[in-house]
Design a protein around this ligand. Structure first.
Ligand SMILES: C[S@@+](CC[C@H](N)C(=O)[O-])C[C@H]1O[C@@H](n2cnc3c(N)ncnc32)[C@H](O)[C@@H]1O
Length: 353
């Protein structure tokens, strides 16, 4: 058992890191609401009819507190070290914040006009699958530009009120369960749709010598990930489609995918999960983190249903009722457990005999 003073120091240190982060991103969310009000006033639009809040702020913040309590509990249990979010120094934070706010008028314009195909240009057609060439979330540049990659982490944390990284870390106990007691240098992990590399950073904080591969279709997001992960060795990042993972059969101890399944059309989800199963070793583990699905936490169902109306999320409605256990079974994987974590859930599958 750790010394009480050590435990107090861990708690203070955790709070000192997380509380200002939450305030920063919740503050951004509040500013977005005020800017939207002002934009409507200037355009002479009537304010939207008041809607009954689907969930009280009290409940939302209580559930956030539960997630952070669990995150801290994992640290205290020795499942991973005190996390460093590496959001960047003040100039970086302010730069990302400026990029975030300066994109809002274009996001608003696309939302009003329903345009979400600005990245499907003649030049890009055929270089990526058509389902990929969209302005997901109505964001400028879709997944394709450096500016989009620099805005992405702020967008995620504003949407999730600063809980995005804590939700990502809920995959780590599931990795700990299969990695504990093994020589990390001889294990291997692939993170598909790794984006800007936030999740891989937490994996490396826990297992610095674990060889990892981050796979993503976006060159721009991988450039960002390369910078973010440069403090680590044993990291490879590759541009590639998760429908055809560049790894031999039965070669990986773990495959992870964070917040990506809801971005894929149903038939592509099936191909990707079959690929994950192919590259996993016997005894290997697939961990998916994504949004809650309908019925996981019934009080949240109305929020989930509303989500794709504000953000361009063409495959989210099908995601809400997708049966991942059945898809994984079809691919030869056994469902181990689902764990909900605030507005996300961790789905765990093993490749068993
Ligand atoms: C919502 S982001 C999630 C990024 C990251 N995992 C995170 O934790 O934030 C989805 C990511 O999946 C990538 N992606 C989408 N379809 C893909 C595919 N078929 N193959 C590889 N990457 C894909 C996108 O480029 C994007 O970086």
């Amino acid at each position: 058992m750790s010394h009480p003073l050590l435990s107090l120091a861990t708690r203070l240190s955790y709070g000192a890191r997380q509380l200002p982060r939450i305030a920063w991103y919740v503050g951004h969310g509040y500013a977005v609401q005020q800017l939207a009000k002002e934009a409507r006033r200037r355009a002479g639009e009537a304010p939207p009819a008041p809607r009954k809040p689907v969930l009280s702020d009290r409940r939302l913040y209580a559930d956030m507190a539960e997630l952070f309590g669990r995150d801290l509990g994992n640290v205290e249990a020795g499942l991973y070290p005190l996390p460093a979010d590496h959001d960047g120094a003040w100039p970086t934070l302010l730069h990302r914040s400026r990029l975030f706010f300066s994109d809002l008028p274009d996001v608003y314009r696309r939302r009003q006009s329903g345009r979400h195909d600005e990245v499907l240009t003649e030049d890009m057609r055929g270089r990526r699958p058509d389902y990929y060439l969209q302005n997901f979330h109505f964001q400028s540049g879709g997944w394709l530009t450096d500016e989009s990659a620099s805005r992405y982490d702020t967008q995620v944390e504003v949407l999730f009120k600063g809980t995005g990284n804590a939700m990502r870390r809920q995959a780590l106990p599931e990795l700990h369960e299969i990695f504990a007691g093994k020589d990390q240098r001889r294990l291997s992990l692939i993170d598909i749709g790794c984006g800007t590399g936030r999740f891989l950073d937490f994996v490396k904080q826990a297992w610095p010598r674990l060889p990892v591969l981050g796979l993503d279709l976006s060159e721009a997001y991988l450039r960002h990930a390369r910078k973010h992960l440069r403090r680590w060795s044993w990291v490879r990042l590759a541009v590639g489609n998760a429908e055809s993972i560049p790894a031999p059969d039965n070669s990986q101890d773990a495959v992870t995918s964070i917040f990506t399944m809801h971005e894929l059309p149903p038939e592509v989800r099936r191909k990707v999960i079959a690929e994950c199963a192919r590259v996993l070793k016997l005894g290997g583990r697939l961990i998916l983190i994504d949004s809650l699905q309908r019925g996981d936490a019934p009080d949240y169902d109305a929020i989930l249903e509303r989500f794709p109306t504000n953000y361009h999320e063409p495959y989210y409605a099908s995601y809400l009722d997708e049966d991942f256990t059945a898809i994984a079974r079809e691919a030869g994987l056994t469902h181990v457990r689902d764990v909900t974590a605030f507005v996300s859930k961790v789905m765990v599958f093993d490749k068993t005999a």
